[in-house]
Design a protein around this ligand. Structure first.
Ligand code: 5GP
Length: 180
């Protein structure tokens, strides 16, 4: 099973997905490539951090299941290989933005797409600012979120509002279990 978790920035997708993968040993989190700079305090393995040249070379090689340019940086999901959880019979989780989610849905209509929404714009802004991004980046992400929301809702098999983190994780694990 491929599970796509998508939603606007600052909604807590990363935190939810990390917790879900820790609790459910049958889940395997795909690690994306990005050309974005590593944030202060961000884990080294949050992404494979690469240059634009390295990213473009991998595009040329057909090495991405999907990729996009999100607010000036490349992000992409490597095609799962023998080293991935798929080989071990685990379910793959992709934590990606809406354009990538659309690509994966087109490629594999059977994927399960969970779209996560913030409880409110104010809370989303607070979470985005809490990550320490500079002001213009926060505003760009908020604007982007408004564009992403209707597309994501349309595409989703399940829409989850991340109000209480613990409830959201429980809900997501229950959705996945039911699908199995
Ligand atoms: P951030 O810079 O906040 O880590 O990520 C920006 C956006 O890119 C988030 O919505 C995140 O889910 C998304 N993203 C992360 N990895 C990928 C990927 O491999 N493909 C796509 N399409 N989006 C990604």
């Amino acid at each position: 099973m491929i599970i796509v978790v998508s939603g606007p920035g600052g909604v807590g997708k990363g935190t939810i997905v990390d917790a879900a993968v820790k609790r459910d040993a049958r889940l395997w989190l795909s690690r994306s490539w990005t050309t974005r700079e590593q944030r202060p305090g961000e884990a080294d393995d949050a992404y494979v951090f690469v240059s634009a040249e390295e990213f473009e070379a991998r595009i040329e090689d057909g090495g991405f299941l999907e990729w996009t340019n999100f607010l000036g940086n490349y992000y992409g999901t490597p095609v799962p290989d023998e080293g991935s959880g798929l080989a071990a019979g685990r379910d793959i989780v992709l934590e990606i933005e809406v354009d990538g989610a659309q690509q994966v849905k087109r490629l594999r209509p059977d994927v399960m797409l969970i779209f996560v929404l913030p409880p409110s714009r104010e809370e989303q802004e607070r979470r985005l600012r809490g990550r320490g991004d500079v002001d213009h980046k926060v505003l760009a992400r908020l604007k982007k979120a408004e564009e992403e929301e209707p597309i994501g809702r349309d595409l989703a098999n399940h829409v989850v509002v991340n109000d209480d983190l613990e409830d959201t994780i429980t809900e997501m694990l229950a959705i996945i279990d039911a699908a199995r």
